[in-house]
Design a protein around this ligand. Sequence first.
Ligand code: F6P
Ligand code: MN
Length: 328
Amino acid sequence: MAIRFSSEFAKNITDNTIRAAVLETVTALAGACKQISHICARGPLEQGLGAETGGANTDGDAQKALDVRSDEIITKALETAPVAYYASEEQDDIVTLAASKPLALASDPLDGSSNIDTNVSIGTIFSMFEAKDNAADSFLRPGSEQICGGFFVYGPQTTLVITAGAGTDTYVLDPDSGDFELALAAMKIMPVSTEYAINASNHHHWGAPIRAYIEDCLLGVAGPLAAKYNMRWVGSLVADANRILSRGGMFMYPGDDRDGYGDGRLRLLYEASPVAFVIEQAGGAATDGTRRILDIPLGTLHQRVPLVFGSKEPVQTLGDYYKKQDIL
Ligand code: F6P
Ligand code: MN
């Protein structure tokens, strides 16, 4: 299995050893994700991919069989890659693979678990850093220190959306060659859009700013935002992010007043940060409502964060609602 990397992909990684390590690790990860994609394509023929294992991940979400299998496949692939430390949504603690190696990798091995048995796109998200002297310091840092980040989508096509700080590209797994081919180079997110993604069933749990914004969207052309809005919600972060990259829009998973949802649902290290990295590199914006996601320091490994990202203009407009919070 090969990835035919764009000549621009790693041009901002100046250290030759690190650049080679990133290319090797992305290739190892792509090999693992090709295996996961094959399992997804077989779906119900594989028996019980969406079955609960009886375990729970660090956030208390029920673990499904495919969550665990994906984590095992990725762990195995990383054992021979230049990765010192692995942090996974499916494991409480950081796994030390070989402390002397140069990289640290964080992953949500199977994003969109609730869609496993529905034949709807799911994926794998990852974030890469240069390793530090110890496991914790390698991850407890802001997302702006990522050297590479992105996600795989297991959908009608298996794709890899990735950045190493020199733009965002999409590679497609060609079912004929079995290799990842560059399909969309230097992607650009439309700066303006009237399409948004939010789980609106949580409306009565939201705080004032997000509630006011969505209510104004629902008023359409007669409301203060003076536009007819459209809504899409796949329920797999990777699929919603991929749609926004291709045709614009805004994704929102705000904090709400349900138990444990004060900072929303998504995890900063291996969901929000890599998505924010590819979105910003494509000219979009990613915030927690007001703060840039990539500037938020990570305090604990599995920390959640409210997440808003997509086309620049609506992210800015929603930010204005958050700033007016005290007068709403
Ligand atoms: O990984 C968490 C996740 O499954 C995301 O992929 C998705 O965006 C979100 O949760 C869906 O949350 P909810 O089920 O609350 O709509
Ligand atoms: Mn996820």
